[in-house]
Design a protein around this ligand. Structure first.
Ligand code: ADP
Ligand code: GLC
Length: 495
């Protein structure tokens, strides 16, 4: 029997308290999966306004003096229990930095908060103090597991200690580097000896993501393919060199999904339930509800027309421009209908709205963030569009597989690791579950969608594809074991 591992998770969002994307989902589902296999956990989050508003049983653990930008903050550490969390949450409560409306990283105009460097330095410093049990909670972690640039200074700060717990740093997306200036570095009073090319320096400024990579004992990213891709100039966002020399400690561990929250047999957001063995009438009833929700006519014959869904941050990463460029073709040459749920880049939002206004019976658009609608699109659409240019893991394609909504994806990152192209050979082996294309272009996307539409027109083939995806398991069991092995120094997988 191996000793229980105490793991301190540090992250900037966790579903359902705060979520801007897949990071939030993972920071809820992974710690719970680890707990199921015996880990003892605490999760440290910033005390955002929206998070504090959702908590009712909170107690003060103590106060810490934490240096910020040329000032010292008196930070309150709160402990909260929440119905959706099976372990305590520790909050870094510093109103001047975190008591703000809306998005955790950006102001209401969509620009980064100007004091993000200070906000996440204070957060990292507080988390590092908690990792040393400075408040006397009688809980010292064996492992600190930090995530993405917002926590990148945690491994660096732990590296300054004589007796630090092991530190694992997970990269969820290289595209967000946490880049700041030398002036900010100085005003934050960060250790001078970090300022080297081998340390945090990055093109004349510094990168919190780089700090995480350089100083962590182990670095993981969220799929095996992305782990290889980020060691190249195309995907490394300037840090490919650092990643190459860190290969010995870099591992790709595929994300799992929360198979309870994303289960069409019990999902409370759906209008009808269904499962791999009993897909109808549940699946088609959801399609009807979804179409009506977007004001589209959903009579019996119209229900047979393919409906293609997309749920996404509307940013370049997700290939939204390729979809926008392909829409006129699909409008003219196919009868497919589309529903889009997302928010992000204003230009993309505007263009989608224009399409919906011009073709209200072909294109439905909801700009915004809506958890329940996301579940409805997964369930009600016939196919799911996810032509990301890069995708560290991607959760939506796994949700769509589970919901019998074959994904159409570009072969990259976690998409390449989870979607098996519908070729006759793979179909025969029973493993084909979606459509994969090899060029990040709207032309290649059009060809892939045409292939999907041709399969859709052959019900027997289509049902076989859909069944294969729905039967697959995307749970955390395997990957949680991999993390635990990593914490125990027993993980051996070559990149
Ligand atoms: P990323 O983290 O890069 O955005 P993922 O596929 O890993 O991509 O995760 C995206 C998560 O965010 C999914 O849970 C998805 O359902 C959700 N999501 C994205 N946009 C929206 C939206 N507009 N409304 C509701 N949920 C959304
Ligand atoms: C990031 C990535 C996404 C991944 C998620 C969770 O947001 O863009 O691919 O699934 O993190 O790890």
């Amino acid at each position: 029997m191996q000793a229980t591992k105490r793991v301190l998770f540090v992250a900037s969002e966790a579903y359902p308290l705060m979520k801007t994307g897949g990071l939030g989902d993972v920071i809820h589902s992974l710690p719970h999966a680890l707990r199921r296999i015996g880990a003892d956990l605490r999760l440290v989050l910033p005390g955002y306004r929206a998070v504090l508003a959702q908590l009712d049983s909170v107690r003060i653990l103590g106060w810490l003096d934490v240096p910020g930008a040329k000032r010292v903050h008196v930070v309150r550490i709160l402990e909260a229990y929440h119905a959706d969390f099976a372990f305590p949450i520790w909050l870094v409560d510093c109103p001047i930095l975190f008591d703000r409306p809306g998005n955790p990283y950006m102001n209401p105009d969509g620009r980064d908060w100007p004091d993000n460097a200070e906000r996440f330095t204070v957060f990292a410093r507080a988390a590092t103090e908690l990792a040393q049990d400075v408040l006397g909670m009688n809980w010292l972690p064996d492992v600190v597991h930090a995530n993405d640039w917002q926590t990148g200074l945690v491994p660096a700060l732990l590296g300054e200690l004589d007796h630090a717990p092991q530190c694992v740093f997970t990269i969820h997306n290289m595209a967000f580097g946490g880049h700041f200036s030398l002036a900010q570095f100085n005003s934050l009073g960060l250790p001078r000896h970090w300022w080297t090319v081998e340390g945090v320096e990055f093109y004349g400024g510094f990168s919190m993501l780089k700090a995480g990579i350089v100083y962590a004992d182990e670095v993981t990213t969220v799929s095996p393919t992305y782990a290889r891709e980020i060691c190249t100039a195309e995907f490394g966002c300037g840090l490919q060199g650092v990643l190459q020399i860190s290969r010995h400690k870099l591992h790709g561990i595929l994300n799992g999904i929360d198979e309870t929250a994303w289960n069409p047999a019990i999902d409370p957001y759906l209008s009808a339930h269904y499962s791999a063995g009993r897909r109808q009438p549940g699946k088609v009833l959801n399609k009807q509800t979804l179409l009506r929700r977007f004001g589209m006519v959903a009579g019996e014959t119209l229900l047979e027309i393919p409906l293609i869904g997309m749920v996404s941050r509307l940013v370049e990463q997700k290939g939204v421009d390729m979809v926008l460029a392909a829409l006129p073709h699909w409008l003219e040459h196919t009868d497919a209908r589309f529903v889009f749920l997302g928010s992000g880049n204003e230009e993309y939002e505007h263009q989608l709205r224009m399409f919906a206004a011009q073709y209200p019976q072909r294109i439905g658009v909801f700009i915004g963030y809506d958890e329940s609608l996301a579940h409805m699109v997964e369930a009600g659409a016939d196919m799911f569009l996810m032509p990301s240019r890069f995708e560290p893991c991607g959760l939506n394609q796994m949700y769509s597989l589970r919901y019998g909504t074959p994904p159409i994806v570009y072969r990259t990152g976690g998409l390449a690791d989870t979607v098996v192209d519908a070729t006759p050979g793979f179909l025969e082996q029973g493993i084909a579950n979606g459509f994969v294309f090899d060029e990040p272009s709207s032309e290649a996307l059009i060809v892939a969608v045409n292939r999907a539409l041709a399969w859709y027109a052959q019900p027997r083939l289509w049902q076989a594809l859909l069944r294969a995806g729905m039967k697959q398991s995307f749970g955390w069991e395997h990957s949680a074991q991999a993390y635990l092995a990593l914490y125990r120094g027993q993980y051996h997988a070559a990149l």
